[in-house]
Every structure is written in structure tokens, then in C-alpha cells.
Design a protein around this ligand. Structure first.
Ligand code: F6P
Length: 329
């Protein structure tokens, strides 16, 4: 079987261990694996990483040492041409021309939506892997990269807590997450933060100001609020302006963590998840599966049709929001 692998959209820590698991499992089946560089753009440009142009031997040894490596050695991109029907048709022609039997795209919602489009014009097998720090995909409890991004954000918050405590002040920390507040909420709980703003719940400045006064009266001298970039008010900078205007009882500063959260060596949870899902993807191809995403739900490896994955974004858990409120007070 000739399998193409690509990473598309925002990179996520764990994409490299996923590639390693795919190559090693494919080695067991005696498959040929071709790394497609720069995501769907590289597919359209026929930018292939094969035996002839790999820096080291192709196959199982070429992926040695990838468990701990952040980013993606395949490189990634967001490809405008692949968002057009002509682009998708061209990609299908290229896959036929090079006699690919299967494709494993690793990425988030846009990557998997692209894979579903491709399946309309190409009859090879497609099995997607959930790779995004956002944890916003249906069909898996956790996406590859989420655990590392939380770790990175919490390390930053632990440091900010020290300076917030020293100066009796409040930090408004912006984390990534355009559609889903899971990264923000998990970071807030793990970092012992007091307030969170997520895209799923309309933000009320009046309610936040009331909470800040309540915390002040309870004797809390310093505060940390986590804001998801996709919050309806528009992120941490806007939040600071609005809270200032509404009379926040705390002196405030903004920290935008941004792309720092996408980098770094994957934590063990991401390495293990990536390894399980990479192996399961190749196994699934050999069982004849196609048009699905691999995931893990309640410790079980599962396959979900791409059409069911992309219909919506995962939502934060209301129980976790309640938990933050109880614990913070
Ligand atoms: O989808 C992953 C992600 O990191 C989001 O959290 C973020 O909104 C987006 O990518 C940023 O994308 P870019 O690097 O293209 O600005």
C-alpha cells in the first residue's frame, strides 16, 4: 500500500510522534510511506519526501528521535487553492498520477473538511488524525497537541501568579481557541485562575465586574483571568479596555500567549495519544476503512465519519465551568 501523510493548518506538538507511529506501523505491513510537505499546498506542488530526497533512509529508521520533537518535520500550511473545487480536483489527479492508495491528513477541522471534499473526487482511502492544540474536534476526547499546549499555558500562569501576588494586581491572559474554550478552561482550572471567558458563552462585563468586587471583598489581592482568543468580546486586549471602563477594582495587565502554545516538545500524554492514533490509522486502512477520523473516547480507539466530525466544534463542558466557579471562590 502506498500511503501519503501530510500535516495541515496550525501545527501541534505530537504531529511528529504521530508520523513516527504511522511510518513504524506501515513498516510492519511493508507499506510505502511518502511524506507530503507543507500540507495540501505541498500536495498540489508535488512536494514529496521520499526515499530519493529524504535526508536519511526512508522507512522505519528515518523517523527515529521524533517522539520528543515539537512542530512537524513535514511542515504545514493553510492552502487557499485547496479550498476551491478546482484545487481539490487537481489534488485528486496528483494522487492518482503518483498511484497513492491512501492518505493520512493530520490537522484540525479545516484539514478534515478538506479531506472530506477530496474523498468526493478521489477513491483512495482517507483516514484523518486529530492534530490541533484547540481540542475543538468531535470524535475524540482529546486532540494531539492539547495536553502540551495546556502545560505551556499553565507554566506561564504559574510564573504570572508570582508577579501578580507581588504587586497585588490582575493578569488577563489570552490563550488560543477560536471556537472552543477547552484550552482556556482547562488552563484556568489547572492554573488556579479565578475567571475565564470562552467562545461558547456570551461574555457579560457586568457579571465579571461583580465577580471581581466579590473576590476583592473576600480578600483576594491578586487575580488571573484566562480569555480564549475567540471570546465574543474579541480577546484579552479588548477585555482589559472594557473592564477598565467598567471600573475594575484591580490594576490589570494583558499577556497574550499566542503561538508559544503551539511549540515545544510534546508532553508524554500527547506522545502516547499520537502513537496510539498513528498506529490505529494504519491498522484501519488495512481493514479497508476510509472517510473517517481516528480518535480516543473513554480509553477506546474509535473511528468517526469525517462528515460527523466537521459538522460542529466541540463545546466546553458546563460541569467544568461550574467547577471553576466553585473552586475560585
Ligand atoms: O487551529 C490552531 C490554531 O493555533 C488556533 O488556536 C489559532 O486560532 C490559529 O491556529 C492561529 O492560526 P495562524 O497561525 O494561522 O494565525
Amino acid at each position: 500500500m502506498k500511503i501519503g501523510v501530510l500535516c495541515s493548518g496550525g501545527d501541534a506538538p505530537g504531529m511528529n510522534p504521530a508520523l513516527r507511529a504511522i511510518v513504524r506501523t506501515a513498516g510492519y505491513f511493508k507499506d510505502e510511506v511518502v511524506g507530503i510537505q507543507h500540507g495540501y499546498q505541498g500536495l498540489l506542488d508535488e512536494e514529496f519526501l521520499t526515499g530519493d530526497n529524504m535526508p536519511r533512509d526512508i522507512g522505519v529508521r528515518a523517523v527515529s528521535g521524533l517522539t520528543s520533537k515539537g512542530g512537524t518535520i513535514l511542515h504545514s500550511s493553510r492552502c487557499k487553492e485547496f479550498m476551491t473545487e478546482a484545487g481539490v480536483r487537481k489534488a485528486a489527479d496528483i494522487l492518482r498520477k503518483h498511484k497513492f492508495d491512501a492518505l493520512i491528513p493530520i490537522g484540525g477541522n479545516g484539514t478534515l473538511a478538506g479531506a472530506l471534499e477530496l474523498s468526493k473526487y478521489w477513491d483512495g482511502q482517507i483516514i484523518g488524525l486529530p492534530g490541533t492544540i484547540d481540542n475543538d474536534l468531535l470524535g475524540t476526547d482529546y486532540t494531539i497537541g492539547f495536553a502540551t499546549a495546556v502545560q505551556t499555558a499553565v507554566e506561564a500562569i504559574d510564573k504570572l501568579r508570582d508577579t501578580a501576588g507581588s504587586h497585588d494586581m490582575m493578569f488577563i491572559v489570552e490563550v488560543m481557541g477560536r471556537h472552543c474554550g477547552d484550552l482556556a478552561l482547562t488552563t484556568a482550572i489547572a492554573g488556579g485562575c479565578e475567571v475565564v471567558a470562552v467562545p461558547e458563552i456570551p461574555t457579560s462585563i457586568d457579571n465579571i465586574i461583580a465577580s471581581l468586587h466579590k473576590f476583592k471583598n473576600l480578600g483576594k489581592k491578586s487575580m488571573i483571568m484566562v480569555v480564549a482568543e475567540g471570546d465574543d468580546l474579541g480577546g484579552a486586549i479588548e477585555m482589559l479596555a472594557r473592564l477598565k471602563e467598567a471600573g475594575s477594582p484591580y490594576e490589570m495587565r494583558v499577556v497574550v500567549l499566542g503561538h508559544v502554545q503551539r511549540g515545544g516538545s510534546p508532553v508524554p500524554a500527547d506522545r502516547v495519544l499520537a502513537t496510539k492514533l498513528g498506529c490505529f490509522a494504519v491498522d484501519s486502512l488495512h481493514k479497508g476503512e476510509t472517510g473517517k477520523m481516528v480518535g480516543e473516547i473513554g480509553n477506546q480507539l474509535v473511528l468517526t465519519p469525517l462528515s460527523d466530525v466537521i459538522v460542529d466544534h466541540r463545546q466546553v463542558s458546563p460541569a467544568m465551568l461550574d467547577l471553576l466557579e466553585v473552586i475560585a471562590s
